[in-house]
Design a protein around this ligand. Structure first.
Ligand code: ADP
Length: 168
C-alpha cells in the first residue's frame, strides 16, 4: 500500500480554545508519522488559495475571515503534515463530518465544533486534506521543502544557497 500525506490545520477556534494538545493526542492514535509542524499567520492570499474550490459559495467571505482568525482574536493556526498508509482517510475519520452537528459525537469536530450563530460558518476546529492529490497541493502551499523531515515531493534549486529548494 502506498504511503501518502495529509495536511492538518488546527484552525483559529482550535487554537483559541486551547485544543492543540487534545487534537494531536487524538491524531497520535493512528500509525501515522508527523512529517512537519509550524505555527502560521494566515494571510488573505494563503487562505483564498487554500479554499479556492469554495470561492463561489455564499459563505466564502466569512470562511476566509474565520481561517484568518478574525472571529477568534488570534492570528495563528498550527499546520501539520502527517504521513503513512491511507493518511487522509484515517485522519478524516478522526476529524468527523464537515458539519459539526452531523459529525460523530466522539470525533474531533463532533466534540469541539459548532455552527456560528451569526455567520452560519461551520467552526469545526480542524482541517484535513480530502485525498492524497489535494494533500500534495495543500502541503506545497503551506510548507517549504526544507520544513519537512524529508523531500516528499520533487524539488528544484533556484539559486546557490543551501535553503533555496522550491517545489518543482
Ligand atoms: P472539509 O473541511 O470537511 O473538507 P469543505 O472543504 O467542503 O469541507 O469546506 C471547508 C470548510 O468550510 C469547512 O471545514 C467548514 O469550516 C466550512 N464550510 C463548509 N461547508 C459549509 C457550509 N455549508 N456552511 C458554512 N461553512 C461551511
Amino acid at each position: 500500500m502506498a504511503v501518502e500525506q495529509c495536511l492538518v490545520i488546527i484552525k483559529p477556534d482550535g487554537m483559541a480554545k486551547g485544543l492543540t494538545g487534545d487534537i494531536i493526542r487524538e491524531l497520535s492514535r493512528t500509525d501515522l508519522v508527523m512529517a512537519g509542524a509550524k505555527v502560521v499567520q494566515v494571510t488573505r492570499e494563503l487562505s483564498e488559495e487554500h479554499y479556492q474550490h469554495l470561492k463561489d459559495k455564499e459563505f466564502f467571505n466569512d470562511l476566509i475571515k474565520y481561517i484568518m482568525g478574525d472571529f477568534h482574536h488570534t492570528k495563528s493556526v498550527l499546520a501539520l503534515v502527517y504521513e503513512g498508509e491511507k493518511a487522509t482517510e484515517k485522519i478524516r475519520k478522526i476529524c468527523g463530518a464537515t458539519h459539526p452537528e452531523k459529525a460523530e459525537p466522539t470525533s474531533i469536530r463532533g466534540k469541539y465544533g459548532r455552527v456560528h450563530s451569526e455567520t452560519g460558518v461551520f467552526e469545526n476546529v480542524i482541517h484535513a486534506s480530502e485525498n492524497a492529490k489535494e494533500a500534495e497541493r495543500e502541503i506545497k502551499l503551506w510548507f517549504r521543502p526544507n520544513e519537512l523531515i524529508h523531500t516528499i515531493f520533487p524539488v528544484e534549486r533556484k539559486n546557490q544557497k543551501m535553503d533555496s529548494f522550491f517545489w518543482k
